[in-house]
Ligand binder design. Structure first.
Ligand code: BES
Ligand code: MN
Ligand code: ZN
Length: 466
């Protein structure tokens, strides 16, 4: 696709090379992300380096793959990568975000400081770049929280990080603990397994200027989105200990939903859409201890529902149910979303590239599916099978939380049916990100570890409501 535009001529002049010769030398296939390096010499010293990257069929997916490959190439190097992009808005945005995501790295090594490349993109798409900057920074924030080890990121620590974000972005925040959260029966039952510092409930709100100026509540018809995130800072399974133990190590990522909530609202604060957004972070550790809950306990969720505990490893739905019921009762959301690393079962049918999405609203499902393909955070609409509801019955309480053993399979959708009991009549979307929240290897835009899944999807969706 190289015609000799004036841009290419000036690049050739500046670097004293002939690009067509170089391309002929490499004979590239053009596959997305295929990468060649041309060292540029000045007086026999290598001064610069030109990267030739394949753009495949120039789909958004391929713009992302190319960005991620370039980002990965310069990861850990303190250099400046300059790209001239004559592409359209969506392509520029996808490419720019992927550059940053591909270059992402996290560690606590004391030997060498983490060096980060900077990216300069020449483009006329200012709005795309504003969105890309906000989203990329927020995915990085989300990933940093997920990568932080659980001995550091207890619920209090994450709440303090949320406060820092809120303060720097002008968001309102409330952090509740102790006696203030006794009504959050699920959060307390799970979180008191680790009483120092114990669980936290974080509510962080973005209110568009349009509403804050009018000061009259409900005077405008701006939509209100509430997002509830699972924030289990470590999931041992509790008394129902996870086995085999290999399954436990990745459970420092079990707060990925809450991290995505914070990342999403941080980007929204930067971009200022005319949508009200409230994020609820349900923060608790699921520890094995003398104060841990037991199978056969009965707890009371925020909306008064009594629940028989069957398996203390089904803790995510207990903390989420309180957040959903609180949102329904107190926040009057137009859209109620939850995001959670809820069930290993979510990955059984879908693998790890698509999150399991549950909603009764088919139109909303189609919109989110489309935004998923565009943003790169992909979702697959899953069924809420009413016939399975009887597996949540209990002899001693209103419900059991786990689904009766071996009655039906479909663990991800049983979890979804449980959560649905707490959303009232709201338009509700449940995202089970157990598969997408974490990656086993560096691959595409994802680093090994926490991916920051959900931020791109939720931010683009909220912007579409504006
Ligand atoms: N945090 C896990 C789910 C999970 C598993 C996330 C693998 C990411 C990767 C959740 O709390 C859990 O333990 N779920 C159980 C549910 C079961 C007991 C009904 C599971 O998936 O086994
Ligand atoms: Mn668990
Ligand atoms: Zn969990």
């Amino acid at each position: 696709m190289v015609g000799k535009s004036s841009l290419i001529s000036s690049i050739e002049k500046y670097f004293e090379i002939n690009l067509l010769d170089e391309i002929a030398f490499f004979s590239p296939s053009g596959k997305a992300g295929e990468l060649y390096e041309i060292p540029v010499l000045h007086d026999d010293v290598e001064m610069d380096r030109i990267y030739l990257v394949g753009l495949g069929d120039q789909s958004l997916k391929d713009f992302r793959a190319a960005g991620a490959a370039l980002g990965r190439k310069v990861r850990g190097k303190a250099l400046n990568l300059v790209t001239v992009l004559a592409s359209k808005k969506f392509e520029v945005k996808a490419h720019a975000i992927s550059l940053v995501l591909g270059a992402y790295t996290w560690n606590l090594k004391t030997s060498a400081p983490v060096e980060i490349p900077t990216f300069t993109i020449a483009t006329e798409e200012d709005l795309a770049m504003a969105e890309a900057n906000a989203i990329a920074a927020s995915v990085v924030l989300t990933r940093d929280l997920i990568h932080t080890p659980s001995n550091i990121k207890n619920p209090l620590w994450i709440a303090q990080e949320a406060k820092k974000v809120a303060t720097s972005k002008g968001l309102t925040i409330r952090v509740l603990s102790g006696k203030e959260i006794t009504k959050f029966g699920g959060l307390v039952a799970v979180g008191m397994s680790s009483p120092d510092p114990g669980p936290r409930f974080v509510e962080v709100s973005y209110i568009p200027k349009k509403i804050s100026q009018s000061k009259i509540k409900g005077a405008t018809a701006l939509p209100h989105v509430v997002i509830v995130g699972k924030g289990i800072t470590y999931d041992t399974g509790g008394v129902s200990l996870k086995r085999p133990y290999d399954l436990m190590a990745p459970m420092k990522s079990d707060m990925a939903g809450s991290a995505a909530v914070l990342g999403t609202i941080a980007a929204i604060a930067d971009l200022q859409p005319n949508v009200r957004v409230t994020g609820l972070m349900m923060l608790a550790e699921n520890a094995l201890s003398g104060t841990a809950q037991r199978p056969s306990d009965v707890i009371t969720q925020y909306n008064g529902t009594t629940v028989e505990i069957i398996n203390t490893d089904s803790e995510g739905r207990l903390v989420l149910a309180d957040g959903l019921a609180y949102a329904d009762k107190k926040l009057d959301p137009d859209y109620l979303v939850d995001i959670a690393t809820l069930t290993g079962a979510a990955t059984l049918g879908l693998g790890r590239q698509y999150a399991a999405m549950y909603t009764r609203d088919n139109k909303l499902a189609r919109e989110l599916s489309e935004i998923g393909e565009i943003s790169g955070d992909r979702v697959w609409h899953m069924p809420l099978v009413d016939e399975y509801f009887d597996s949540l019955e209990s002899d001693v309480a209103d419900l059991n939380h786990n689904g009766k053993k071996r009655k039906y399979s479909g663990g991800s959708l049983i979890g979804a049916l449980y959560l649905e009991q707490f959303v009232g009549e709201r338009k509700w979307i449940h995202l089970d990100i157990a598969g997408t929240g974490r990656s086993d290897a560096d691959s595409g835009e994802n680093p090994k570890g926490g991916t920051g899944y959900g931020v791109r999807l939720l931010v683009d969706w909220i912007l579409s409501l504006s």
